[in-house]
Ligand binder design. Structure first.
Ligand SMILES: Cc1cc2nc3c(=O)[nH]c(=O)nc-3n(C[C@H](O)[C@H](O)[C@H](O)COP(=O)(O)OP(=O)(O)OC[C@H]3O[C@@H](n4cnc5c(N)ncnc54)[C@H](O)[C@@H]3O)c2cc1C
Length: 300
């Protein structure tokens, strides 16, 4: 027999789980899918979330899942391969080919980061190599901070990192596109510049210690920041015909509605700031908004 969910939520990170919370509390029949790859899975702590500052991200998600149990929210730890909208309902196929139906759909599938292609990065990423100063700037305060950015890409972030440390060096990794004005601006603001190509990163227990250059020089550095853009974690937004911004995130209206009727998008996948607390808040907004739309449709 075909089961019709009020709402299917794809993505069980902070955005999806907080939406599920509001919808569960509104007595809606909710199914959450999660493939278990949250964006911050490399990090040991999750910072900047009032009352949960510094907690382990996996524990935070686990606590959220536990909290949802009393509201009857169903969770499936599977990947969704396709989603379509037809004849007033959403049809969702999981990776095993099982089909599910819902009246409304929420995409909370998140983003993934473009990482610098540097030898030795992986064990350090999320521990002493970061992209977001609001998440990890405080923990890197007063350290010798490297900013990675080829061509002119690291200028803004190198200047920004001066808020957290006096010692900031911009590494352009073998590229030489900084013009005279760029160099003067960086020098005026106390940012050192290194244009030599990087050979590898060295560190211990997740903590960066040296950037080794191709000319054999070893620069002592304790943290690195980069900003190389992001991609959608799933192509479901494209499959459904969502409109995207030039930065590759899905355009949404004030209460997380997309351009497709009944389809909502929350968290990093949608436009706005990319922080856990913002993702959770967008999930809450989507949850309320979806419930209000269902209430309207059901009113006799
Ligand atoms: C290294 C690192 C550290 C960070 N540290 C912080 C921090 O300290 N503080 C902070 O506020 N923010 C931090 N962030 C940002 C934070 O991770 C994101 O803002 C937040 O995770 C966004 O939540 P979300 O629910 O939108 O997406 P996510 O948390 O990425 O969750 C999306 C979920 O959807 C699932 N999914 C995707 N596609 C499918 C599919 N097809 N089917 C089923 N499931 C699917 C994924 O498996 C994932 O579990 C950090 C990011 C990184 C990369």
């Amino acid at each position: 027999m075909k089961v019709m969910y009020d709402v299917i939520i794809i993505g069980g990170g902070p955005a999806g789980l907080n939406a599920a919370m509001l919808l569960g509390r509104s007595r809606r029949k909710v199914l959450v899918f999660d493939s278990g790859e949250p964006r911050n899975r490399w990090a040991k702590t999750m910072n900047g979330f009032l009352s949960s500052d510094g907690v382990n991200p996996q524990e935070f998600i686990q606590k959220g899942r536990e909290e949802l149990k009393k509201y009857g929210v169903e969770m499936l730890f599977k990947k969704v391969d396709s989603a379509t909208y037809s004849k007033g309902q959403f049809v969702v196929d999981d990776e095993e080919g099982t089909v599910y139906h819902s009246r409304k759909l929420l995409l909370a599938t998140g983003l993934k980061d473009n990482l610098p292609q540097l030898d030795g990065l992986e064990p350090l990423y999320g521990k002493s190599i970061h992209h977001c100063p609001y998440c990890d700037g405080w923990e890197s305060r007063d350290k010798a901070i490297a900013v990675y950015g080829q061509e002119r890409r690291g200028i803004g972030q190198a200047l920004a990192m001066k808020t957290w440390s006096d010692s900031v060096t911009l590494f352009t990794d073998g590229t030489n596109s900084l013009n005279r004005a760029d160099r003067e601006l960086l020098q005026r603001n106390g940012v050192d510049i290194c244009t030599t190509a990087i050979d590898r990163l060295e560190g211990e227990e997740g903590m960066l210690q040296h950037i080794v250059l191709k000319n054999g020089e070893r620069r002592e550095q304790q943290a690195m920041f980069f900003s190389l853009g992001t991609k959608q974690q799933s192509d479901l937004g494209e499959q459904l015909g969502c409109e995207f911004t030039s930065k590759g995130v899905i355009k949404t209206r004030r209460l997380q509605q997309s351009n497709i009727p009944g389809l909502y998008v929350a968290g990093d996948a949608a436009r706005d700031m990319q922080l856990v607390i913002v993702a959770a808040a967008e999930g809450a907004k989507a949850g309320v908004s979806i419930n209000m739309e269902l209430q309207k449709e059901d009113r006799k």
